[in-house]
Every structure is written in structure tokens, then in C-alpha cells.
Design a protein around this ligand. Structure first.
Ligand code: FDA
Length: 395
């Protein structure tokens, strides 16, 4: 069977590309080994799908994509904007709301987005082949030949949208990277992103006691900082602030945590020394932070005695602990729980406007398999929609 376009992967990017190519009158086959299309959409955003971020194409939003070449993503992102996806969502009568920081979530279940995309695919005449393994891909003179578990097919254009390595349990594979290598495209280093951080046994034992506690914090790595919730878990640290910084963190590095954002801790401690001189430092900290956290910080400081007896030097140590608490993760939870994969198909080998492989006519890479990774908060879906849309205009 021959198609104009074959899309590998029925995720966010693949479905968008298929819709757009189908709307242009191209015959399109989408192949996926999973039982359902859009499995990650279904579980995304805690089941509510944070389907875009209204800041994705603003001046600041542009810095919210990580890549060896962050400028690569700008063309697609500026041509297919959050407004365009919002218009599609509205057309399908899907109710949504802004949760925080420009993040748009469905009011109802995330499956509505899948239903919408599947409906659009049907409308565009796209054929979907699920539970289908891709056994071999080769280049012919006029396009591509694929041996699938259920058929042998050919196509003029091949769009690779098989995503990253995150959550192998859900069917994530390295297939897209292998295919890129097979066709001579370069890869950048891949690693888990938007992932909880883990600690060595000693530190973990202490942190474990705080499991379930969440607090607002600024988490820093070098010049990068995120102010969001920080969550202590029985495995280490999680919560949006940690997930965000994890994409910047490298093994061996420490992170710094400001536990009292927008507060002058020095002033607070000096006032406590004056007004409540007979209390222990833990108690003072416990007035502004969860008690168990205050206890841990107090133990780490190991400064017994009443605050009224503290010298300025001692107070400065407490202040540093509150405003610049240094923690050294040993690793991350890895691809098992990472929301995304950083790195991937090297953007130097792709055309920024169309996502086409520069050296292989008819071959395209879109979505997470490409070395473009967004911040938490709808940026990754916006990249999937935008890159899928871009390829769908030309493939
Ligand atoms: P995606 O991974 O969606 O699709 C790839 C498809 O290829 C899958 O259907 C897979 O089965 C198929 N495939 C892989 N290997 C194959 C093979 N060898 N043969 C055949 N098929 C193969 N982002 C966001 O913006 N907002 C959010 O709310 C969330 N929430 C979220 C929660 C969780 C738990 C995770 C893990 C991730 C998120 N994300 C997110 C990230 C978002 O899900 C991700 O960026 C996009 O799904 C990427 O879309 P792609 O289409 O590129 O890959």
C-alpha cells in the first residue's frame, strides 16, 4: 500500500502533523505500537492535560525551551501559536482554565484532547494503525519503504514522532534516535528532564521524615531559578520547582533553596533575638516554615542555645540556611518518572521551518525526539503541536 505521508508515533506531535497533512489532501497513515493514541496526553497534567502555555511565544517564553540551539524552536513556535491551539480546543467545545503562570488545563478529563485530535484525524481522512510494530525502514529512490508487523507500506514522506525515552512502561523507546542515526543525522546527549531528584542514603533518611510536606521556595542552579512549590517525598525532592531545576541540574552539582522567598530572613531573625530572646532557633524557624522542616534545619545548623545569645555571625549562619540551603542530589528518578527527555535529534541537521532532515529528502523529525525541551507548564505540548503543524504543512 502506498501513502503520501507516513507518521511514526500517534502522540501529540504525530497526530497534529497527520491532521495538517491530511487537510492538504495528502493520504496519511499513522503507525503506533501502543493500544491507544495519545497515551501521554491522557495522563498529562494530572489527568487534566496542561495543553499549552499562553506565554510560549512571548519574549520571555522563548527562553523557556532548552536545546543546544534554543533559537531553532522559534520559527515553528511563532507560526503555530498557543492561540491557534486554543481556537481548536474552543471549536471542540472543550472547557479550560488558566491554573497559574499561563498554564492552560482542561476543566474535564485530558481524554477530551485525544478525542478532539482523533476526530480531526478522521475528518482529514487519516488512517490510524495501532498495535503495529515498525520492523524496518529503508530509503527508496522516491521515498521510504517500511516493513510493519501487519503490512509492507511505502510513502513519499516519513515523519518521525516517536517521542523520547521517558516512561518506558508506557511504550517510550529510543526508536526515533536510532532511525535518526540510521539516516546519518547527529544526536545530542539525552538525559531525563522534569524529574524528581534523589539523595544519598544519609541525606535521604533525614529528608524522608518530611515526606508529604510542601512549601513555596526558590530553587536555584547557577543563574537559573524557579519559584514554585517544593515537595519532600520518601525518595527525595519533587514538586514543580524541583522538576523545573532538574532540567538544568547536572550530576555532581548542588542546588540552593531559598525557603523564604521575598522575605528578609536576617531582619526576621534579628527581630526574634530582640523580642523573644529565650526561644531556640528551631522554634523561630518553626514560626515561618513547617515544624518538621524547621526541626531538620535546626539539627543541620547544630546551634544550641537561646536565640537571644546568638552573635550576628551565628544569625548569619541561620539566615544562610534559610535563604541559601545547599543540597546535593546524587541523581534523579530517571526515565522511569521523567516527564521529558532532554536532547535528541541535533537541530543542526533539521530545517527550522519545516522540521525536514537537511540531507534526507522527505524525512522529518518532530516533537520530543528533537533536541527541544520546554519548561514544565504546557510548553512541551506547545512544541509538539507547533513542530507537528510545521511538518504537516509541507510533508
Ligand atoms: P509522545 O511520547 O507523546 O508520542 C510518541 C508516540 O510514539 C507514542 O504514542 C509511542 O507509543 C509511539 N512510539 C514510540 N516508540 C515507538 C516504536 N518503536 N514503534 C511504534 N510507536 C512508537 N507536557 C505538557 O506540555 N503539559 C503537560 O501537562 C504534560 N504532562 C505530562 C505528564 C507526564 C506524566 C509525562 C510523562 C509527560 C507530560 N508532558 C506534558 C510532556 C508531554 O507528554 C510530551 O512532551 C509530549 O507527549 C511529546 O509528544 P510527542 O508526540 O513528541 O511524543
Amino acid at each position: 500500500m502506498h501513502y503520501d505521508v507516513i507518521v511514526l508515533g500517534a502522540g501529540a506531535a504525530g497526530m497534529m502533523a497527520a491532521i495538517e497533512a491530511g487537510k492538504r489532501g495528502r493520504s496519511v497513515l499513522v503507525v503506533d505500537h501502543a493500544d491507544h493514541a495519545g497515551d501521554k496526553i491522557r495522563i498529562s497534567g494530572g489527568g487534566r492535560c496542561n495543553f499549552t502555555n499562553i506565554n510560549a511565544t512571548t519574549e520571555r517564553g522563548r527562553d523557556r525551551f532548552l536545546s543546544d540551539n534554543p533559537r531553532f524552536a522559534l520559527s515553528a513556535l511563532s507560526r503555530y501559536t498557543p492561540d491557534m491551539f486554543i481556537a481548536l480546543v474552543r471549536r471542540h467545545g472543550i472547557a479550560f482554565h488558566e491554573k497559574t503562570l499561563g498554564q492552560l488545563f482542561c476543566d474535564g478529563p485530558a481524554t477530551q484532547i485525544n478525542t478532539m485530535l482523533l476526530g480531526e484525524m478522521r475528518g482529514a481522512g487519516v488512517t490510524l494503525s495501532l498495535k503495529t510494530a515498525i520492523e524496518r525502514v529503508s530509503k527508496t529512490e522516491t521515498g521510504f519503504e517500511l516493513l510493519l508487523s501487519n503490512a509492507s507500506v511505502t510513502a513519499e514522506s516519513l515523519i518521525v514522532a516517536t517521542g523520547g525515552k521517558s516512561i518506558p512502561k508506557m511504550g517510550a523507546t529510543s526508536f526515533g534516535y536510532q532511525l535518526a542515526s540510521q539516516f546519518g543525522l547527529r544526536l545530542t546527549e539525552t538525559r531525563p528532564g522534569l524529574v524528581p531528584l534523589t539523595f544519598e542514603t544519609g541525606a535521604l533518611e533525614k529528608l524522608k521524615a518530611l515526606s508529604g510536606i510542601a512549601t513555596d521556595a526558590v530553587v536555584k542552579h547557577g543563574k537559573t531559578a524557579f519559584e514554585e512549590a517544593l515537595l519532600f517525598t520518601h525518595r527525595g525532592l519533587s514538586g514543580p520547582a524541583i522538576l523545573q531545576i532538574s532540567s538544568y541540574w547536572r550530576e555532581g552539582d548542588a542546588i540552593a533553596v531559598d525557603l523564604l522567598p521575598h522575605r528578609d530572613a536576617g531582619e526576621m531573625l534579628r527581630a526574634a533575638r530582640k523580642e523573644t530572646p529565650k526561644v531556640q532557633v528551631q522554634t523561630v524557624i518553626g514560626n515561618v516554615l513547617p515544624k518538621k522542616l524547621a526541626q531538620l534545619l535546626g539539627e543541620e545548623l547544630d546551634l544550641p542555645g537561646m536565640i537571644g545569645d546568638f552573635s550576628d555571625k551565628k544569625l548569619a549562619l541561620v539566615e544562610a540556611q534559610l535563604k541559601n540551603w545547599s543540597l546535593k542530589p546524587v541523581g534523579s528518578e530517571g526515565y522511569r518518572t521523567a516527564e521529558v527527555t532532554l536532547g535528541g535529534v541535533d537541530t543542526r541537521d533539521l530545517d527550522a521551518k519545516t522540521m525536514a532532515a537537511r540531507a534526507v529528502p522527505g524525512l522529518y523529525f518532530i516533537g520530543e525526539v528533537v533536541d527541544v525541551t520546554g519548561w514544565l507548564g504546557g510548553y512541551n505540548f506547545q512544541w509538539a503541536w507547533a513542530s507537528g503543524w510545521a511538518a504537516g504543512q509541507v510533508a
